[in-house]
Write a new protein. Structure first.
Length: 317
């Protein structure tokens, strides 16, 4: 169970939910022609043909217009600042920090995403689109993730990842492969080396659960306001370095209460709400919340939002 307030500590009321985050800078629309073709095909073709159009018509335009950019997040005067940089032109990490690269909701399109280098890659769920091919879907997602150069990769599932939910934690981890830390209502210690050569271990916890919605993709979903949903977040411990959740805390009252009252992690990485991609200061001291959803709301499950990079200060030895 999550730790309760210390003896003598007065539990303060929760702050109001954060407003919807400002979307991270997205890539420009490919061309007006591609947009028109996609809208037409969406309405006049059957479902399989839509997918063919997505890859064969819109895909090349999107690839040709890639800008190979990412969003760099830092804290200035206690406020979160977002700046856009080329993937290979990021500022050097400050001393005693570890570079965390955040992505989510890649939906089988990780190959379309410009992922910058870093020490730890965090993927906050929805690595697949439908997960309907079972073990094959999970193994393909693992192959794409293992191809990235990051020394440590932390991954959770999302409501689209039925293949991971059906496999169970141990088998899902095996399908994703070596070098990937898969978390399902569980935690891990990730050994890292900071920019100054200092070595530490980061405490990380991952939860794939989300409130039930109208989506037919319902892996790890429970009705909002139920004990079942609250129970999935109740084991989140206090004092984490990184909490990875598929749903953002500000869009789930049960998760928000645990995150703000007891857990208070230094970094929360989430996704799920595509239109809310971006970073925000947590409603408690020293915390940053990042929604790293890669696909944008403007087009149907196309990777429009860039990856987000944050230099997390190393914990004390």
């Amino acid at each position: 169970m999550a730790s309760s307030p210390a003896a003598g500590e007065v539990e303060s009321p929760l702050p109001p939910l954060l407003p919807q985050r400002r979307p991270a800078t997205a890539r420009p629309c490919c061309t007006a022609l591609a947009a028109c073709l996609w809208v037409a095909l969406k309405w006049v073709t059957v479902y399989p043909a839509r997918w063919c159009a997505l890859w064969l018509v819109y895909g090349p335009f999107e690839w040709a217009c890639r800008r190979r950019r990412c969003v760099y997040v830092d804290m200035v005067g206690g406020e979160v600042r977002e700046r856009e940089f080329p993937v290979d032109g990021l500022p050097r990490p400050p001393p005693s920090t570890v570079r965390v690269v955040c992505i989510s909701d890649t939906h089988d399109r990780l190959g379309w995403v410009d992922v910058p280098p870093g020490d730890v890659l965090v993927h906050a769920g929805d690595v697949t689109m439908l997960g309907g091919w079972g073990d094959c879907s999970a193994a393909w997602a693992g192959r794409q993730l293992r191809a990235l150069p990051h020394a440590h990769k932390v991954v959770i599932g999302g409501n689209h990842d039925a293949c991971l939910a059906a496999a169970g934690p141990e088998h899902a981890a095996a399908l994703l492969g070596a070098g990937i830390t898969y978390l399902e209502c569980s935690g891990a210690r990730v050994p890292v080396t900071g920019a100054d050569g200092g070595t530490r271990s980061l405490s990380v916890w991952g939860v794939p659960h989300t409130p039930r919605s109208r989506s037919p993709n319902s892996a790890w979903q429970e009705r909002a306001g139920t004990a079942a949903l609250a129970a999935s977040f109740s084991t989140i411990p206090r004092g984490l370095d990184i909490l990875v959740t598929h749903t953002p805390p500000e869009f789930c009252a049960e998760l928000y209460a645990v995150t703000v009252r007891t857990a208070r992690p230094r970094l929360v990485v989430s996704g799920h709400i595509h239109d809310a991609a971006g970073a925000a200061r947590a409603p408690y001291e020293g915390g940053v919340w990042i929604n790293a959803a890669v696909v944008g709301g403007g087009c149907w499950y196309l990777p429009r939002n860039p990856a987000i990079v944050y230099d997390l200060p190393l914990p004390p030895p």
